[in-house]
Design a protein around this ligand. Structure first.
Ligand SMILES: Nc1ncnc2c1ncn2[C@@H]1O[C@H](COP(=O)(O)OP(=O)(O)OP(=O)(O)O)[C@@H](O)[C@H]1O
Ligand SMILES: [Mg+2]
Length: 594
């Protein structure tokens, strides 16, 4: 039996099928112009409507309408005038025309296990072939074919939601392709990004050895029961950090990051300072390796190798060089050393950082974070996976909600670089793929021209993952409400775009640039979509389509506040609250409840 009901009519030669909406008029590189047979049939079509062009033997070419037009007859025009018209558009020379432009999406073929949809097409439609609209039961059947075709690829498929065109058909994403070649999850604030992330995490949690690190900027994901929670040490955690508190000691920084944090590029002596720091850090790392008797590492380490050193000793050395006098040309006379006065500003500035609690996560880590083995422990946390008691140590949520915004890029840049480097140096056969999900990416992965030195270091680390990550099993998911502010290099490497409602024109433009030209018309939907509805385009979906993202069971704490309703409730506020919130602000700690 045929898949669609329009296949079954018995026709005389030359007779048109009563259900067809028109015929193929011209074909051009995956785009098909259709002449629609009547005004009534034209009214059935919408932008985005799906159509099928039967090719015999259970094969159908599938396309979607990206332009629809009705050209009124130009009866009053003289024939000469019509001919003189610019013939750029082949339809302008036709006096009466109802037409549609289709973009081809793929092909249905009959297989032993039923009809299957795929994007590959072995031939294009021929001229005069009939075109049918997929509506009602036909649409339902088609969406089910798509659903079945994308599901069969994996034993535990990533069930993202339902197709908007037919909400009874489940929409699956190809979990391999989604992460292999990176994904961007975009949408205006409140459009449902965090819920979509939680949905993906929840689905990933069905697998036994999921490996994801999510940067959680607002503490939204802290109540997902299946995930392992960490936080970057904030000022209140410095005294007695609990087990879930992470430190990123300064010795983990690369030389570029050290420069970005400790050296003021605009200072006249910046170059000399870089040189001094370079030499001193290298020597201190060497001394540590000698003390630890790591002879092999000693031979091969570089300035960027994460080897502990003591920042106090470094600053003391810089101080010494700053005041150093060396023997002069004549006996008994001294002259200023090569770095005399060069570090005058560097030292007090960085002495300040030593006690600045915002940098506590880096400088004031407890002693156990300053030993050689600390990197092993951190690697285990970042790259570890597995499950115990229903909690996956592979889904790691890193709460950054108390990290001040100016140090945020350093923290994320260091974490991303460490994950990538550790994965890079994992023997190929032991490598287990890992996804880095960057929520609110516009806050720390800005475009190059807007980035300060700290942000640039972070952007470079993540750009490297965007470009090279695939080869080493590091996937990236960039989540943002302001795609137009996010590094273009990073976004352009994302082969999958999940876009929720997007209202700002410059953000829409950014998304348009990420899509192939033929799908430009999908953009028209972006401002019109419902909350929780997404357009998914890329190699993770068989069909670029609108999907209603299924609400996750465990929801992020991103609930939208209902101002009017809240104002309508009586909620007497104790005087004490104001004192508490003022203290929270001073201490940089948000207590959840009074
Ligand atoms: N798939 C969905 N189904 C039903 N409701 C949803 C869905 N996604 C989101 N919502 C509703 O929209 C609200 C906002 O969603 P969410 O926090 O995911 O937005 P967001 O895009 O992450 O916003 P922001 O950019 O501000 O972080 C949710 O609290 C929920 O009420
Ligand atoms: Mg969010």
């Amino acid at each position: 039996m045929s898949l669609f009901d329009f296949s079954e009519a018995e026709l005389n030669p030359g007779e048109k099928h009563p259900k067809s909406i028109g015929i193929v008029q011209s074909v051009d590189n995956g785009r098909v112009f259709v002449q629609i047979s009547s005004g009534e049939k034209l009214q059935l079509l919408r932008i985005g409507s799906l159509v099928a062009i039967p090719g015999g033997l259970g094969r159908y070419i599938i396309g979607h309408a990206s332009r629809i037009w009705r050209h009124q007859p130009k009866v009053e025009k003289a024939q000469a005038e019509v001919e003189a018209d610019d013939v750029k558009d082949i339809f302008t020379s036709i006096p009466e025309n109802n037409g549609a432009l289709l973009n081809l999406l793929g092909c249905i073929r009959d297989r032993a296990d039923g009809p299957r949809f795929s994007r590959s097409m072995d031939d294009l439609p021929g001229i005069d072939e009939e075109v049918f609209l997929l509506a009602d039961k036909n649409l339902h059947d088609f969406m089910n074919v798509v659903s079945a075709s994308s599901k069969t690829a994996q034993t535990t498929p990533l069930h993202f939601g339902q197709f908007s065109l037919d909400t009874t058909a489940s929409a699956y994403l190809d979990g391999n392709k989604l992460f292999q070649r990176h994904a961007a999850l975009l949408g205006s604030t409140g459009s449902g990004k965090s819920w979509a992330v939680a949905r993906i995490l929840e689905q990933a949690n069905q697998l036994s050895d999921t490996n994801i690190v999510l940067f959680d900027l607002h503490g939204e994901y802290k109540n997902l029961p299946y995930a392992r929670q960490f936080k970057i040490a904030g000022p209140p955690d410095l005294a007695a950090p609990s087990e879930d508190v992470l430190f990123l000691p300064y010795w983990l920084l690369s030389y570029d990051e050290i420069q970005a944090i400790f050296i003021e590029k605009s200072e006249f002596t910046a170059q000399n300072q870089s040189l001094v720091i370079h030499n001193a850090v290298k020597e201190l790392k060497k001394a540590h390796l000698e003390k630890e008797k790591k002879t092999q590492v000693l031979e091969q380490f570089t300035i960027n190798s994460p080897v502990p050193f003591d920042i106090k000793v470094l600053l003391a050395q810089l101080n010494e060089l700053n005041d150093q006098m060396v023997p002069g040309a004549s006996v008994g006379k001294e002259k200023q050393g090569p770095y005399f006065g060069q570090n005058k500003r560097l030292i007090p500035r960085n002495e300040g950082k030593k006690t600045d609690r915002r940098y506590g996560y880096m400088i004031q880590a407890p002693p156990e974070w300053h030993v050689y083995e600390a990197l092993h422990s951190l690697a285990k946390i970042l790259l570890g996976f597995g499950k115990s008691d229903g909690v996956s140590s592979g889904i790691k949520i890193i709460d950054l909600s108390e990290v001040p915004i100016d140090v945020l890029p350093v923290v994320i840049g260091t974490l991303a670089r460490l994950i990538y480097s550790l994965q890079f140096w994992t023997p190929t056969e032991n490598r287990h793929p890992i996804l880095i999900a960057c929520d609110e990416a516009h806050l720390y992965l800005p475009k190059a021209q807007n980035a300060n030195p700290l942000e640039r270091a972070a952007v470079e680390s993540v750009e490297r993952i965007a470009k090279e990550g695939r080869k080493y099993g590091v996937g990236l998911m960039v989540i943002s409400q302001r795609p137009s502010d996010v590094s273009e290099t990073i976004l352009s490497q994302c082969n999958n775009v999940i876009s929720l409602r997007l209202t700002n024109p410059s953000d829409q433009n950014t998304v348009r640039k990420l899509l192939p030209d033929s799908l430009g018309d999908i953009m028209q939907m972006l401002p019109l979509m419902d909350v929780g509805e997404a357009v998914v385009v890329g190699d993770a979906v068989l069909l670029p389509a609108r999907i209603r993202v299924e609400a996750p069971q465990a929801k992020p704490l991103s609930a939208t506040i209902d101002f009017w309703d809240e104002w309508g409730k009586s909620d007497p506020r104790e005087d004490a609250l104001f004192a508490v919130i003022s203290e929270n602000l001073r201490r940089q700690e948000r207590l959840d409840k009074l």
